[in-house]
Design a binder for this molecule. Structure first.
Ligand code: ADE
Ligand code: ZN
Length: 345
């Protein structure tokens, strides 16, 4: 149905939509750190991070490449397993306040012990303890996707993949790649992806956030991913869009991130609605919410308003997310039940 054929939603309907239980597949662990949390740690550790904040306390950066360096500077104060555990507790509270019931988070061994497997295990242990406590307190389920960082290069990625393979299981259930898409090629990381696949991990990668359809095709063909982070610039070539449909690839779309970073000038011009209408499996996530002044409730409100998506559409998005979630079947069934119950209640 085209946009003009859909009735607009009133404020009450939009508010109810923002309260639906949500599944979020694309959330960077360090990217979920509120600036106040990072400032607090910087003070405790006597690190001067004043250069990365605006006068109003928000993160300050000019463009995507600068964002990545501010992100890494902020991450530099996360120095111990305990720091990561504290951050985990803090961001899961925020997720739960947004009615997120299931989230997958990208964790980089590069930031958790520098790619050393022994150190990584300690970080992971602390993070999992925090996540389990949050699940007991708020009912939110978290799973981890080990992530290599593209601009750190293929050798560092192999160390990350080894950490992933050594800890693959019911909690670490995927392997992915973030970072600067304009550096190198997807296939430079094929060795790491093969290692992760052989360890039983499900695969995703950032592609088609900055580069075009060819990058999305290479992600699928050269790395064999079943999900793609962003993928939205695939809209430039409908044959590649149809390849995604044919192969059943799910896109982890982060509309607020894309608009804030200038991938698209505004939400009206964002392709998520067109991709969905054509039959691509799309889902909605926040990426790095405090960096982009967003939350899952804000994402839902903006999408409902702009594209006149009703509650049925959002429930469908959450079913799609859970079908593509990297977790075990028992967890998938449990979360799906929560999503379905909210519609029949
Ligand atoms: N790391 C954190 N956020 C990212 C993004 N939007 N793209 C690529 N790498 C990232
Ligand atoms: Zn991302």
């Amino acid at each position: 149905m085209t946009l003009q054929d859909r009735p607009p939603l009133d404020e009450e309907a939009i508010d109810a939509i923002t309260r639906l239980p949500k599944a979020e597949l694309h959330l960077h662990f360090e990217g979920a750190a509120p600036p106040s949390f990072i400032r607090g740690l910087a003070k405790e550790k006597n690190v001067d991070l004043s250069g990365i904040f605006n006068a109003d306390g928000s993160y300050a950066y000019r463009d995507f490449v600068h964002f990545l360096s501010v992100y890494e500077a902020a991450t530099s104060v996360l120095q111990t397993p305990e720091d990561f555990a504290r951050l985990c507790t803090a961001f899961l509270e925020e997720c739960a306040a947004n009615d997120v019931v299931y989230a997958e988070t990208f964790l980089s061994p590069d930031f958790c012990g520098g790619g050393d497997v022994g150190a990584w295990r300690e970080y992971l242990h602390a993070i999992r303890e925090a996540a389990e406590a949050a699940e007991k307190a708020n009912g939110i389920t978290l799973r981890g996707i080990v992530t290599c960082i593209r601009h750190f290069g293929p050798e560092k990625a192999k160390a990350a993949a080894l950490c992933a393979a050594e800890t693959a299981g019911d909690w670490i259930c995927g392997f992915g790649m973030g970072g600067d898409e304009n550096k190198g090629k997807q296939r430079d990381f094929a060795y790491s992806y093969d290692m992760a696949r052989e360890a039983g991990l499900k695969l995703t990668t950032h592609a088609g956030e900055w580069r075009g359809p060819e990058e999305v095709r290479e992600a699928v063909e050269d790395l064999g991913v079943e999900r793609i982070g962003h993928g939205v610039r695939v809209i430039g070539d409908l044959a590649t869009v149809d390849m995604l449909i044919e192969k059943g690839v799910t896109l982890e779309v982060c509309p607020g991130s894309n608009v804030f970073l200038g991938v698209f000038p505004n939400l009206d011009q964002h392709p998520i609605d067109r991709l969905r209408e054509r039959g691509v499996k799309v889902t909605v996530s926040t990426d790095d919410p405090p960096f982009f002044h967003t939350t899952m409730r804000r994402e839902y409100a903006a999408l409902a308003k702009t594209f006149r998506w009703d509650a049925d559409v959002f429930t469908e998005l959450n079913r799609t997310a859970m079908a593509a979630a990297f977790c075990d079947e028992e967890t998938r069934a449990k979360v799906l039940k929560t999503i379905e119950n909210a519609r029949t209640a």
